[in-house]
Design a protein around this ligand. Structure first.
Ligand SMILES: C[S@@+](CC[C@H](N)C(=O)[O-])C[C@H]1O[C@@H](n2cnc3c(N)ncnc32)[C@H](O)[C@@H]1O
Length: 206
């Protein structure tokens, strides 16, 4: 798992940035979220996507382990006079929600910081809080990414670069395997000109 101090510093040093809704949030909303409902945004960062979903009529709960990210998110909420429940919480711990609590669980660039063992604890916990028939949306770095294979190998497809930044790069087969318990609706790679490559996954709780 990635050191929390890493993100505290990153969020502090980027105050005022990363506050635009992402293409992935729009993609999920326009293609898959036909019905309004309760949405859990995990590793929500400064909350730009959470605010987008809120403005589209979803009841959003946002969660991140960085107090700084949540502080900036809450300041944005205050500025625009909106209220979205936000929590400082580590997703490698039990999620503080009842089972079947959410229609949607959204996690953009949050799941690729964990070892295989950690993911096999975190994913069943996400499955627990999603309603049957509910959807998981997930974007992670893929094994086609330009940074794949760089730095110290921690375990299969997981590397730590010289700054201490850790990422577990997902292949399509790995995503299918680790998301057992979900019915995979979409598992597609997206490459962008910078050399970054992502897996975009939509999965339904059976
Ligand atoms: C690349 S950012 C993505 C933020 C946001 N989802 C977005 O798309 O802009 C990764 C986020 O994951 C959070 N994070 C990393 N590990 C976490 C953990 N174990 N529990 C909760 N949040 C975590 C970081 O604080 C950071 O805000």
């Amino acid at each position: 798992m990635l050191n929390k101090e890493h993100w505290e510093l990153k969020h502090k040093n980027s105050e005022g940035k990363y506050n635009q809704v992402t293409d992935f949030a729009r993609f999920c909303y326009y293609n898959f979220m036909k019905k309004k409902g309760k949405l859990l945004d995990l590793c929500s960062g400064k909350g730009a996507d959470a605010i987008f979903f809120h403005n589209k009529g979803f009841k959003v709960t946002a969660l991140d382990y960085s107090p700084e990210a949540i502080k900036q998110f809450n300041a944005t909420q205050k500025r625009y006079d909106i209220f979205i429940a936000s929590l400082v919480k580590d997703i490698s711990e039990t999620l503080p929600f009842e089972e079947n609590a959410f229609d949607y669980c959204y996690i953009r660039l949050g799941l690729h910081y964990f070892t295989d063992d950690e993911l096999r604890m975190i994913i069943p916990e996400m499955l627990r809080v999603i309603k049957p028939g509910g959807l998981l949306f997930c974007q992670v770095k893929s094994t086609s990414d330009k940074d794949f294979g760089h730095g110290k190998m921690l375990e299969k497809d997981m590397y730590e670069d010289e700054t201490g930044y850790i990422r577990h790069f997902f292949s399509k087969d790995y995503a299918d395997d680790v998301l057992e318990g979900f019915h995979i609706i979409l598992n597609e790679e997206r490459k962008i000109p910078s050399g970054s490559a992502y897996l975009e996954i939509v999965a339904e709780k059976k």
